[in-house]
Design a protein around this ligand. Structure first.
Ligand SMILES: Cc1ncc(COP(=O)(O)O)c(C=O)c1O
Length: 467
């Protein structure tokens, strides 16, 4: 049986564990997973009344689903927003928020320092539909002011930005944008709702990639749009209902469980990120370190004003450009090369050749993304292991001899349930750049035959073979 609601407002840690849960009459402890595409009605009349809105009843998971609704309620509580809609990915959240609101003839002003796909939407997609767009240097208030001299319907910005952790003064830009009549959309992925509350500073809409810190364990994709009840119900919901970027109930359930530890993961990861940023500042191989809570960050005062922590990402530029950056990435033994972020595993990427490869060299130069820049998403490993891994890889990148490489233990997929492409190919050789994992078993760490990869999970593979 449902308990009476708490008479007091709940704190974030409690909201993340309990917020939005709707128990069924079976009194389950955990959030129920309603893995269903549709719902049935007691009668034709009930179906009709559901569609006219006279009766509240789930209709179809593209429009709403109980597990997804629990996630939406939890996120709205955490953000302090009136309403939330979950989406299949972060990009579905960004595009839905923009396309639901805008029409031909409207004008959008965006900070230039955006995630690559967000940049593409503003630069390439919106103009195709007759929407004018203009980029400004997000850190320069004079440029925002100038851009708002002409009518503007929407602002899109990211702070801290991906990948160079540039900040936008949220309060100042929201005030200016509102005077120009614009709705302000803030992509708050890097800060998370724990470290920055854009709505308290004036943002109208906040978007997230739930793929990042919300899941936080590299399992599923998801996204969320938060705003006022009126805007979400009248503007966003009809767009979502009819265009279909719905989040899978399974993914919603995974993200709900991920959220339960968000308040433990994000502060721990941020503490490690700050330690690593400080350590990097001491290294002569590093040209520049970007971390909002380093006093050397050009917007340090603003970071302290609008964020309660520096975040889980550190970007830094290595002297020597792409070649040195690649040598550094390939020499890491704990941190993985991956373009995802916000994961419990530390992940590193070279933005110029991955996340921001499509924005072009000229634009990258304007954004300060040099060929030596790398973006590190700091995970939950022991920070000493991360510091040692980075220090050793910096030595290698600087030309000191590389440690001897051991073959990587990995599951062989070719003769088990593998994608068609993998089945068709001969067994792959262990790529030379791969690194030995500390967690690989002694068996797996033995040198492999030249044309075979060692099996990390031989028993599992055999089970599959028999099945
Ligand atoms: C700042 C930012 N916004 C949006 C997205 C898009 O999220 P998703 O990959 O879930 O579509 C990303 C993904 O990396 C991101 O870093």
């Amino acid at each position: 049986m449902a308990k009476p609601a708490s008479p007091r407002p709940l704190r974030p840690a409690t909201q993340l564990v309990r917020g939005g849960q709707m128990r069924t009459n079976l009194d389950e402890t955990g959030e129920a997973l309603f893995l269903t595409s549709g719902f049935v009605y007691d009668s034709a009349l009930q179906a009709e009344q559901t569609f006219t809105g006279e009766v509240e009843h789930f209709q179809y998971s593209r429009f709403g689903n109980p597990t997804v609704q629990m996630l939406e309620a939890r996120l709205a509580l955490l953000e302090g927003a009136e309403a939330c809609r979950a989406t299949a990915t972060g990009m579905a959240a960004v595009s839905a928020a923009m396309l639901a609101h805008l029409k031909a003839g409207d004008r959008v002003v965006a900070s230039r320092a955006l995630f690559g796909s967000c940049y593409w939407i503003v630069a390439n997609l919106l103009p195709r539909y007759g929407i004018q767009t203009e980029f400004v240097d997000g850190s320069d208030l004079a440029q925002w002011e100038a851009a708002f001299r002409r009518p503007c319907q929407m602002v899109l910005l990211e702070t801290p930005s991906n990948p160079m952790l540039e900040l936008v003064d949220l309060k100042a830009v929201c005030d200016l944008a509102h005077k120009a009549g614009a709705v302000v959309v803030v992509d708050n992925v890097f800060a998370t709702p724990l470290l920055q509350k854009p709505m308290r500073l004036g943002a109208d809409v906040v978007v997230y990639s739930a793929t990042k810190h919300f899941d936080g364990q590299g399992r599923v994709l998801g996204g969320a749009v938060l705003g006022s009840k009126k805007w979400v119900e009248e503007v966003l919901q009809p767009f979502i209902r009819n265009t279909g970027p719905a989040l899978s109930p399974f993914n919603a359930w995974v993200i709900l469980k991920g959220l339960e530890t968000l308040h433990l993961r994000v502060p721990a990861m941020s503490r490690s990120a700050a330690t690593i940023a400080q350590m990097l500042e001491e290294r002569s191989e590093v040209e520049q370190v970007c971390y909002p809570f380093l006093s050397s960050h050009p917007q340090y005062e603003l970071a302290k004003k609008q964020m309660s922590g520096g975040g889980t990402l550190v970007s830094f530029a290595l002297k020597g450009g792409k070649e040195t950056a690649f040598r550094f990435l390939d020499a890491l033994r704990v941190i993985d090369i991956s373009n995802n972020l916000g994961d419990s595993k530390s992940l590193i990427t070279h933005p110029a050749t991955t996340t921001h490869s499509k924005v072009g060299a000229e634009e990258r130069a304007r954004l300060g993304i040099s060929d030596g820049a790398v973006r590190l998403s700091v995970g939950l490993e022991d920070v000493e292991d991360l510091v040692e891994d980075i220090a050793a890889a910096l030595d290698v990148a600087a030309g000191n001899p590389a440690p001897k490489k051991k073959p990587l233990g990995r599951m062989v997929v070719e003769d088990s349930v593998a994608p068609a492409q993998a089945v068709a190919k001969p067994a792959r050789k262990a790529p030379a750049k791969k690194k030995p994992r500390p967690e690989a078993s002694a068996e797996a760490a033995k040198p492999a035959a030249p044309d075979a990869e060692p099996e990390l999970f031989p028993a599992a593979t055999q089970r599959r073979k028999r099945g």
